[in-house]
Design a protein around this ligand. Structure first.
Ligand code: 9RB
Ligand code: ZN
Length: 371
């Protein structure tokens, strides 16, 4: 039996305008105008390679529909939703933290990003497809209930989870976030919720700088349903796969969710300008294969990937292609051209200080299970 993998992409995602900037900072003075790191470039090139490699022919295209205001309001405050809408209807503005610029029309595009993740989730839960990848933009994993943050306007994955719980009869959900930045948004939104486990693997103290420690384990009724795996800079495939095998998968098994959502960011790439990790396409493919196997074992294979960061237009397409190969079982034969430089790097060996960081998260995960 062949695997049916759903795929969401809409050209409008590329029209989300983060404007002129020097990566993160407004241009001006000595800062020559360029573009925000979170531009359409990486994601459009991912969509391009998916088509050119022939992968698209092996996927089931799922149409994106905008999330409704009610969908957004299950997660976000009306003040936040209405503020983004009003700015978007005018000339654009900022998501709320001063580092999340957007242009006119981004309310509709961000609604389509959350809605694309909902559509992928609906297709998986209905059994229309076996698993799915929503290549959406803007990203979502930093957005909290009352504000956008770090290039994110609405928390796409949180909105899809609340939709699934309210309308699709889904009970328990786990999130695995392998973006190089901390998944602070879902951690905050589901902090007191015992039915949503949030797991984030990230470069320690990168962004946000004051969250993502192993000591953050949830609060109130949600105590124990939050797990952080802060990793030291410099981790390659070995450390990432060890963190998945030793921390994320055992935590998923113990939690036994009905559905797994993945915040899929390619900024742990060896070529990313915003992270200092060294993961290659083979590493991302290995992560996806392990999460897929875990879903098969735990929740009937129900797993939905929603795209987050990843800012190497050169490398991200090959990383994403390998994830889709793992999900669909269809091999394009394209490979990772950057393997020539990074494939055999000693950075892929698990180093003692990386092992120590993983062991610490492993210990926290064990404590949470026995509590
Ligand atoms: C600066 C701040 C940022 C904002 C977003 C990212 C990446 C997000 C991503 C990185 C750095 C703050 C420059 C706050 O890819 N998530 O997945 N910088 N934000 N203060 N300052 C001075
Ligand atoms: Zn990121």
């Amino acid at each position: 039996m062949t695997t049916r993998t759903g795929y969401v992409w809409h050209e409008r995602y590329a029209w989300h305008d983060t404007g002129t900037a020097l990566g993160i900072y407004p241009a001006g003075g000595a800062l020559q105008p360029w573009h925000a790191f979170e531009s359409s470039e990486s994601k459009s090139r991912i969509a391009g390679l998916i088509e050119v490699s022939g992968m698209l022919d092996a996927l089931e295209r799922i149409p994106a529909r905008p999330a409704t205001r009610d969908d957004l309001l299950r997660v976000h405050t009306p003040e936040h939703v209405d503020r983004i809408r009003a700015l978007s209807d005018d000339r654009g503005g900022d998501g709320g933290d001063g580092f999340t610029p957007f242009g006119p029309g981004s309310y509709e595009i961000a609604s389509l990003a959350a809605g694309g993740t909902i559509a992928a989730t609906r297709a998986v839960v209905a059994g229309q497809v076996d698993n799915a990848y929503a290549l959406v933009r803007p990203p979502g994993h930093h957005a909290v209930a009352d504000s956008g943050m770090g290039y994110c306007l609405f928390n796409n994955v949180a909105v899809a989870i609340e939709h699934a719980r309210a309308e699709l009869g889904v009970g328990r959900v786990a999130i695995v976030d392998y973006d190089v930045h901390h998944g602070n948004g879902a951690q905050s939104i589901f902090w007191e919720d015992p039915d949503v486990l949030t797991i984030s693997l990230h470069q320690e103290r990168l962004f946000p700088q004051d969250s993502g420690e192993t000591t953050e384990t949830g609060g109130g009724a949600g105590e124990g349903a939050c797990l952080n795996v802060p990793l030291p800079a410099g981790c390659g495939n070995g450390a990432y796969l060890a963190a998945i095998d030793r921390v994320a998968v055992p935590a998923l098994r113990a939690f036994a969710p009905d559905l797994i959502m993945v915040c899929s960011g390619f900024d742990p790439s060896a070529l990313d300008p915003l992270g200092c990790m060294s993961v290659t396409a083979a590493g991302f493919g290995g992560i996806a294969a392990r999460l897929l196997a875990a879903a098969g074992e735990i929740c009937g294979g129900r797993i939905v990937f929603s795209h987050e960061g990843g800012y190497s237009p050169a490398h991200a397409p090959f990383c994403a292609l390998r994830v889709l190969e793992a999900l669909s079982g269809h091999e394009t034969g394209v490979g990772d051209p950057f393997d020539l430089s990074f494939g055999d790097s000693p950075a892929h060996e698990l180093r003692p200080w990386q092992d120590e960081a993983i062991a610490q998260a492993e210990q926290v995960a064990q404590l949470l299970r026995t509590a």
